[in-house]
Design a protein around this ligand. Sequence first.
Ligand code: ARG
Length: 569
Amino acid sequence: MDMRQRIGALAGEMLQKAFPEAQGLPEDLAALLEVPPEKSMGDYAFPCFKLSKALRMGPPMIAKKLAESADKPEIARVECVGGYLNFFFNRENFARELLNAIMAAPEKWGASQDGNGKTAVVEYSSINIAKRFHLGHLSTTVIGNSLKRIYDFQGWKTVSINYLGDWGTQFGKMIAAYKRWGDKAQVEAGGVDEMTKLYVRFNDEARENPALEDEGRAWFKKIEDGDEEALSIFRWFKDVTLRDAMKVYDVLGVRFDSYDGESVMAKKTDRVVRELEEKGLLKDSDGARIVDLEPYDMPPYLILKSDGATLYATRDIAAAIYRKETYHFDRSLYIVAYQQDLHFKQLFKVLELMGYDWADQCQHVAFGMVSYEGQAMATRTGHVVLLDELLTRAQERALAIINEKSPGLENKEEVARQVGVGAVVYATLQNNRIKDIDFWWDRALNFDGETGPYVQYTFARCCSVLRKAPEIAAAPDYAALTDDEAQALLRLLSRFPEAVAEACLRNEPSIVTRATTEIAKAYNKYYYEHRILDDDPAATAARLQLTDACRQTIKTGLYLIGLDAPERM
Ligand code: ARG
């Protein structure tokens, strides 16, 4: 039911009929179709200017000849205006065919098989051990979760990876601090905050007592060498951090297939260094080993420090190769803030220089900064907004609104979670990911604006209309759906599959957010201007089917951006 394709095919038939001898005409007529700026100019306009040369005829004359050969009024009628041929859908048939196509497999509307047989690795969230989960990790987590769902829906096999930041000399320092001043029960209870305190104290005291640094280094060495005690403390730090993160993931409905982080890749860097060496890519630079990227206008990529230690970059090369060899991906996505733009450009270039022809399957999916009610999330005054606090507050606020608007609702707490979290996630995925986000409560939780709660509320409204509907035996009369509001809604529903495909192609969940929001807005407009349940059962049946198609498509759209869809609000 792709109307663009159908009108394109129709234009092709007309062209064939009007100019059977013509040569050298464009192949893909559907791609030439334009959406006219005004409804009075039709649903699609076909510009005849591009045919002028091949047909040796002025565009208005071409349009006129094409119009004369039109003979499919059941699809669309045509009008020529200047050099354009305007197509007007046959409204009744459009409604019938589209709704039948959607209702044939409602939960699959917008799905495709584009990705069949292909694998996408999606890396997101990638939190750091012994650090708090702050607002900066919100975007990567929700963009990645949404992209995973979108890729799945487009037929890809996906592998989601939380690439833990769990390697570095700081962990040696943390163990040293724990051994000196730490308390097991306190760390268990205080979690990451307690670990941070230990780390801060270590750095403070090391300024007075530099011998501490050696102690830290020694413990890190023990981690590297696989010392029992060091490893068990290190693993425990990890468990405590992940335990807290899991709470956030549970609230968001986020899951990962793998938690293989930097510590796993640190074991695989020997091979990387050897390979770089063999391929003649390593150079000395003040004792350190680098890949020179000057010919590509980039700073050098640092592979080994002068003490022989590997770096973030080295581990990322190992991780890329590991992912290719383990998952045989066709696309490998890194959902990471744009600050790491250069790092990924360098990484992909080095993979290419190493001769990996799959380097161009790796993509950095960058996103902008998040601030909170006008304040950067970590200012010099130490104002840090933590994700778990934000989500808790969102649920409390949503609960307060529900208590005010629908005090009798069952399951209030659960709905408050869905709505509060939905507001936060929606706000994150509302605009192009590269744009900076400023999060404001009043904006995110406004039930009337373009927000998560507004779209969820529209879904609940569709559910409520369908709950109240009587059993109808009559077949739907699609002539009841030829008004402008129904048609606007149908057009949006018909374009939903294109939106999902484009979101997948451009790794841009906001395209789905927008398409879903537009459907919700159009449904509400329809709902206010038309009676859905009226005396004519066949007309009622058609309007209920339209409502059902909206309900399903909105639910799919919400799911794809990571929101739940409560049936009552
Ligand atoms: N853990 C890092 C951070 O929080 C992000 C890791 C990004 N992924 C990667 N493959 N380098 O900043």
